[in-house]
Design a protein around this ligand. Structure first.
Ligand code: ADP
Ligand code: MG
Length: 573
């Protein structure tokens, strides 16, 4: 119920449009009843062969209701579809607005295929909340009231009887149908979600599945989800058929019941025989408004389930929020970590433990340490993907929480080991870093990243996830992006780990040139050409073990110097 109320509050801005659509829907159904009513009167009356003039009013009535019904139905469809599409568009934006601040920290727990399903299918299912769930009961109630007055004109008893049948068909059958197919709609959505997750795993991990011999079992799981979905859909179809048959039965029973109430009036001469044909057809026409109600009940279940899935994401509080009045980023970008600690949610181990460092503006620093020692975590905190659990990170003397996170990120170029390449052209992938970059700027960025020959391939498609490029090429595109962005702080997080030693050296030299006067932080687990850094920070298990220049650390004869002998740091954790 709570979910339903929240869902209706989402569509409240279109209340008047929805009300107008419901009214036109009712007017169209009313015209349908009017048409049958006047037609029945006309035919019955004509059978008695009165003078033509006596039929005139019936002819006009048939003409009027016939045209009105068509026009009103068309208008109703126009308004309700227009409203539905407006609702759909705003639901998508609303959902996107809600999801965006959650990335990446709060979205980690959701699978991407599942998120996609929520955006596409769940919102698609909510699209119908007006046309399938909210509107039909309104039209049905109004039609019932109209019929009450109409039949009441002949007989109170007949009006009461019809109301009873309307209630049975409009509430009893939907309740029965909802009971018989309970859980089906949400089950179908669930199976669909599972199917999508499995299908994405199948497409993305096809190679691994084939190599490990798990292809068959994966396909079987996919098939099982499909079979289950089909089974639920069949159950739904059965219940659809049943409620249609029952509603038809009730409609005919209603006709008989109402006729038996009006018949004595005709016999006693209180009303003419023509009334019988009018009443029969009007009763049948009124059921047109009752017929969609069982489907409404089922859509309601699906919508509530979809709503719950959407609200689940919506109700996650973003890890990071922008301050109300953010400070402007200072010109001095000295970075300072004051006793920061950080533990990932659900983890018992501190990824960072009481780290205090100062990285002066314009200095070149290397953060080294075995994998898992917390180097990337420090970057994530600085980029404000997460908030420190303890201590504070400062930029130019101000806590970074005081800046607008987006503005802060614009001042930092991050090249990480895993680069996401969008499935578009190489040019579009580069322009991400600076949308208004000129041709010359793009060229020099490509040169800097060691892929000058890409200049002639700028309009080439990169393939899904950049699959048409090699790992090294993808990485160099990321470096070219960083050069284009031209931010005052550059962080290279194992950025060249996938490259061959020659290329790595070449790129390091370019980056050295490019970052003159900028702050450069290089995170690496391989000790190579360390003399070029002003300071080296050695991380071990989330804490700083040693710090100083390459020379100083070698002379200390500590962990660093022993590791330097090996050329890289052995895994200690
Ligand atoms: P490094 O970059 O030095 O290799 P990380 O900063 O990536 O190390 O990881 C530090 C520790 O935090 C590791 O023990 C790792 O398992 C853990 N960790 C990293 N990312 C996450 C995450 N998203 N959720 C939970 N634990 C994580
Ligand atoms: Mg790392």
């Amino acid at each position: 119920m709570k979910t339903f109320l929240r869902l209706t509050s989402l569509v409240r801005p279109w209340f008047w449009w929805m009300a107008l659509a419901a009214l036109t829907a009712f007017a169209a159904t009313g015209s349908g009843i009017g048409l049958l009513l006047t037609a029945a009167w006309l035919i019955a009356k004509a059978a008695l062969q009165p003078p033509l003039a006596a039929l005139q009013i019936g002819i006009v009535g048939v003409r009027f209701f016939g045209i009105a019904r068509g026009v009103l139905r068309y208008t109703e469809r126009l308004i309700s579809h227009n409203t539905t599409f407006k609702i759909l568009a705003s639901l998508r934006l609303w959902f996107y607005d809600a999801v965006e601040p959650l990335a990446p920290a709060r979205l980690m727990q959701f699978k991407s295929a599942d998120l996609l399903q929520r955006i596409v299918d769940d919102i698609g299912s909510l699209e119908n909340i007006y046309t399938r769930v909210l509107a039909p009961p309104v039209t049905a109630i109004l039609t019932s009231i109209l019929m009450w007055f109409l039949l009441g004109f002949w007989s109170q008893e007949a009006a009461l009887l019809l109301l009873l049948f309307h209630l049975l068909a409009g509430i009893g059958i939907p309740a029965l149908s909802a009971f018989l197919s309970r859980g089906n709609s949400s089950g179908i959505l669930q199976e669909q979600a599972l199917q999508q997750v499995l299908a994405v795993d199948f497409a993305m991990g096809l190679g691994e599945l084939q190599l490990s011999g798990n292809l068959q079992s994966h396909l079987e799981r996919l098939e099982a989800a499909e079979t289950e979905k089909l089974r639920l859909e069949r159950k739904n179809a059965l219940s659809d058929g049943m409620h249609e048959a029952l509603t038809g039965l009730l409609m005919n029973a209603a006709v008989i019941a109402v006729l038996s109430a009006v018949m004595p009036l005709v016999e006693s001469g209180q009303t003419s025989g023509i009334a019988l044909s009018i009443v029969t057809l009007a009763v049948m026409a009124s059921f047109e408004a009752i017929l969609p109600l069982p489907a409404s009940a089922r859509h309601l279940e699906a919508d509530i389930h979809a709503g719950e899935r959407l609200f689940e994401i919506l109700d996650a509080t973003p890890e990071v929020t922008a301050p109300l009045s953010p400070l402007t980023i200072p010109t001095d970008l000295t970075l300072e970590a004051r006793n920061i600690s950080f533990t990932y949610p659900g983890s018992f181990r501190k990824a960072l433990d009481q780290v205090s460092i100062t990285i002066p503006h314009g200095s070149h620093t290397a953060i080294v340490g075995p994998s898992g020692s917390g180097k990337s975590t420090l970057t994530s905190l600085l980029m404000r993907f997460w908030n420190c659990s303890e201590g504070e990170l400062c930029l130019g003397g101000h806590n970074i929480n005081l800046f607008d996170p987006e503005e802060l990120r614009r001042h930092i170029s991050l090249v990480s080991q895993k680069t996401y390449i969008f499935a578009t052209t190489i040019r579009e992938n580069l322009l991400l870093a600076r949308p208004n970059a000129t041709e010359a700027e793009i060229s020099s960025a490509l040169e800097g990243a060691g892929i000058g020959h890409f200049k002639s391939r700028l309009n080439e498609f990169t393939g899904q996830h950049g699959m048409q490029l090699s790992g090294g090429e993808r990485q160099r595109i990321a470096i070219a992006r960083a050069i284009l962005q031209d931010a005052p702080i550059v962080i290279l997080d194992e950025a060249t780990a996938n490259l061959d030693p020659l290329t790595e050296e070449e790129i390091n030299r370019t980056m050295e040139q490019f970052t003159k006067g900028k702050t450069l932080i290089t995170l690496t687990h391989r000790l190579k050409a360390m003399e070029r850094f002003d300071t080296i920070l050695l991380f071990v298990k989330g804490s700083i073990a040693e710090q100083g220049t390459h020379r100083e650390l070698i002379n200390q004869n500590g962990v660093y110097s022993r590791m330097n002998g090996a050329g890289r740091i052995p895994k200690t954790s």
